[in-house]
Structure formats: structure tokens, C-alpha cells
Design a protein around this ligand. Sequence first.
Ligand code: SAH
Length: 219
Amino acid sequence: MNLRAQDAAQQAAGRARARMVERLRAQGIADERVLAAMMQIPRHCFVEEGLAYSAYDDTPLPIGHQQTISQPFVVARMIELLRAGRELGRTLEVGAGCGYQAAVLSCLASEVYAVERIRALLDRARENLRPLRLPNVRLKCADGNLGLPEAAPFDTIVVAAASPEVPPALKAQLAPGGRLMIPVGAGDQRLVMIERQGNVFKETRLEAVRFVPLLSGTE
Ligand code: SAH
């Protein structure tokens, strides 16, 4: 692509992104910092080139290895709920996939640790994130069921894959006052937010969602 064509493509992507953000606002996302982060991160850089034209639609898209990039509304909604009334602080993302949500989180959290069980996807995430030069994101190939003990505790944990139960290690790695968001359920799934107050874990069931399953081990 010559420079002028590149410029035009950038501008078109910027306009598509602005429309996505307006749609998120219309769907009820009210946290301006979340909307600004979604405006900042070029979502089309996280999908395969052939799918770039639909990168800003409100839909999950395939990223290979039978996995998907999460729907923009769900990313925005989870982060908005996790932020409500406080800062994200030290944040763990389980299920980095192509790295999109990690990039959005990096605009809002002091540190982001993102783990992914499929090594090839993690490599892709690394490549996607490199040009954005986000200094506060660390990626690791690991089974997120176990959390990330070497970096715990976390003020925020967000899981991008659904589990029949909340993995105990994730609860244990929450800092006091910390919040964990995870889709729970084998068939029908629901977002669940867990807030740690001392050694009490308050659980709130939220809206119905559809995520890929949280699996075990790495590959
Ligand atoms: N956060 C991504 C969504 C990726 S889909 C985004 O921004 O679009 C969920 C990801 O979770 C998949 O890549 C899948 O491989 C990963 N995953 C599933 N089980 C996991 C586990 N136990 N540990 C780490 N990652 C897991």
C-alpha cells in the first residue's frame, strides 16, 4: 500500500471505531474512560486482514484455534462493571487470545498480566501488541485456572472464557477489595462478579453471555 492509501485506510478505521463507540454508548456503556480506551485501541489490528472490515461490528470474530475475539460490547461492559467506583489497579486477564482486551485494559489499569493457554495465540497477541508499545502489559503462556501466583494478589481479575465453577485459585489471588469477573455455566452462561471484602466473597450474578470454554493445561 502506498502512503496515501495507508492514510485513507487509517482514517476509515478511525471512523468505524468512532461509530463502534457511539453504538456502545447507545447500548448503555456510560464510563467515559472505558469509551476512550475503546476509541484508542485499533481493534482491526487484532483480527486477520481478511476480517478487518468487520472488526468494528458488535460481534465476536474467529482468531484461529477455534477461539474468538470477544464482542466489543461485552469487553466494555465487563470493564465498566469492574471499574465502577474505583480504579482497576493490578489486573490479571485469563484468556488473552489475540490480545485485544489486554490492550484496552492497559489504558485503564496500572499493570496488566494476561495469560493464554495456547502458545500460538499468545505469539499472535505479542505481535499484535508490539506496535502499540504498551509498557504495562505482560503476557504469559499458562493455564489461567491456576491464576498467576508469582504476580498475585490482583485488584482485578477478568476471565474471557466460561467455566462451570469459579476456579478457587482465582478467588484466592484477589487482593482485599478486589473484584473478579467470570462467565459461569456449562450450557447457559452468566457473568458473575465476585468482590472480596476481607475474607468474605460477595457474589453477584449478572447478564447472560456466550464465551468459549475455559480449558485446562497449555498447548
Ligand atoms: N480476551 C480475548 C478473548 C479470547 S477468547 C479478546 O480480547 O478478544 C478466550 C481465550 O481464552 C481463548 O484464546 C482460549 O484459548 C483462552 N483460554 C481458555 N482456557 C484457558 C485457560 N485455562 N487459561 C488461559 N487461557 C485460556
